[in-house]
Write a protein that binds this ligand. Structure first.
Ligand code: GLN
Length: 446
């Protein structure tokens, strides 16, 4: 009840919540109390959390930040929601996000922009901006997010949090509204690596309901935290420290490297030569998959339907025209174009080939180093509205994060101090299924 009161008092300034689920929260809190009274003592028992509003929650609105799903109540829970509930967490609400997770500023939400708690005139990052703002403002200790091209790591960086995008296939996508299915991955956001480890332990693992879920045992993420870093080989990709990076962020990142050296890490320069092609290939692949995934929103089966359609075509056209926002329409158009006969080979197929090259760059790099370190974002949190007129300038903010999604490797952003009052994030990348290593390094650093 204290947390609910705090949300009621502070969220109007932030707009981090799309729905506050007070009834569910009280019910789950009572159930957690009962389990504790019966002798259970799990750390997550009774822990308040929130879910990004693209995780389906039974009987509760799952809007995906869109008008087209404003009236949608899922008939079932996402696997992530089920697993966290089974661990005893208490769900306080559904968190704001860019519409269909398309964005880096949380400004494309039908429910309005989210403010960065460190400076209310600035963006919190996106698309998991509601999750980030709620945790940074201490409305919640932890939340779920999803990351298709950086949407956990980038808002974590811009709000002084730790955010982990697991290996593709580590966390079930069942019940997550799809944006780009071959890139989407759910993960934890919290203040510390330890809290992320707690959440990941509950969220991750094989799920027969997700055909891309990987059946591989989980590491003990909590036990891994305390491992010493002596001998850790860190790679600094030279492409991460080139033009476009705010020099103050570069300094902050290098200061974190010095700290890690004191803990026994060694540092070498590496190269990821195909990184320059990452943004163009991501912004073909992600919209292509989105254009296909979003074809299910047709005004017939669920979601928004236009008034008085004259025939079926009119129903489709107007439901989609009225239900989707501008950025979503832009992506559907780009994706449909890239997949059309005559353009498929030139754009989509070419982008897939580049994707393979980017993956190979990482595989080669991880023969020399244990983790790759660099900035999470090229710039600090920008002013609300600043990049709205120029979508490409916003797409460029994803330069350091999207390669992990294209390759499928895990990535984490950890807090690395402040510049002019604004948080800076450092990104760590590791080989497939080495989430434990990322959490370990972040925990030792923190
Ligand atoms: N900013 C990227 C995009 O708009 C990534 C978003 C995400 O990870 N969901 O596609």
């Amino acid at each position: 009840r204290t947390t609910l009161a705090r949300i009621e008092q502070l969220d109007p300034q932030l707009n981090a919540f799309i729905s506050v689920t007070d009834e569910l929260a009280i019910e789950q809190a009572k159930a957690a109390d009962a389990r504790r009274a019966a002798g259970e003592n799990g750390v997550l028992l009774g822990a308040p959390i929130g879910h990004k509003d693209l995780f389906c929650t039974q009987g509760i609105r799952t809007s995906c930040g869109s008008k087209i799903l404003d009236n949608f109540k899922a008939p079932y829970n996402a696997t992530v929601v089920e697993r966290l509930a089974a661990a005893g967490t208490v769900t306080l609400g559904k968190l704001n996000m860019d519409e269909f997770a398309m964005g880096s500023a949380n400004e494309s939400s039908y429910y309005g922009p989210v403010k960065n708690p460190w400076d209310l005139t600035r963006v919190p990052g996106g698309s998991s901006g509601g999750s980030a703002a709620a945790i940074a403002a201490r409305l919640l200790p932890a939340a779920t997010g999803t990351d298709t091209g950086g949407s956990i790591r980038q808002p974590a960086a811009l709000t002084n949090l730790t955010g982990l995008k697991p290996t593709y296939g580590r966390v079930s996508r069942w019940g997550m509204v799809a944006y780009a299915s071959s890139l989407d991955q759910g993960g934890p956001m919290a203040r510390t690596a330890e809290d992320c480890a707690l959440l990941l332990s509950a969220m991750a693992g094989f799920d027969a309901k997700d055909s891309t879920s990987v059946d591989q045992p989980l590491d003990d993420y909590l036990a891994a935290l305390s491992q010493p870093l002596a001998g850790l080989r860190i790679g600094l990709p030279k492409e991460y420290f080139s033009a476009g990076l705010d020099p103050k962020i570069a300094d902050a990142v290098m200061a974190s490297v010095e700290e890690l050296k004191k803990l026994g890490a060694t540092v070498t320069e590496i190269s990821l030569p195909n990184m320059q092609h990452a943004i163009p290939s991501y912004y073909v692949i992600a919209p292509a998959e989105a254009s296909s995934n979003l074809s299910r929103f047709d005004g017939v089966r669920f979601g928004y339907r236009c008034e008085n359609p004259v025939d079926l075509t009119d129903l489709y056209k107007r439901s989609r025209a009225e239900g989707f926002g501008d950025e979503v329409k832009r992506r559907i158009m780009v994706g449909t174009y890239a997949l059309s006969a005559g353009y498929y080979d030139a754009y989509y197929l070419k982008a897939q080939k580049i994707r393979r090259l980017i993956k190979q760059d990482f595989v080669a790099a991880f023969e020399q180093v244990d983790v790759i370190l660099g900035p999470t974002t090229p710039n600090l949190a920008w002013k609300l509205g600043e990049k709205n007129a120029d979508p490409v300038s916003a797409y460029l903010e994803d330069i350091y994060t999207i390669t992990a999604n294209l390759a499928g490797i895990p990535g984490l952003s950890m807090p690395a101090g402040f510049i002019d009052g604004l948080p800076v994030g450092v990104q760590l990348l590791a080989p497939y299924f080495q989430e434990a290593r990322l959490l370990n390094v972040a925990h030792q650093y923190q």
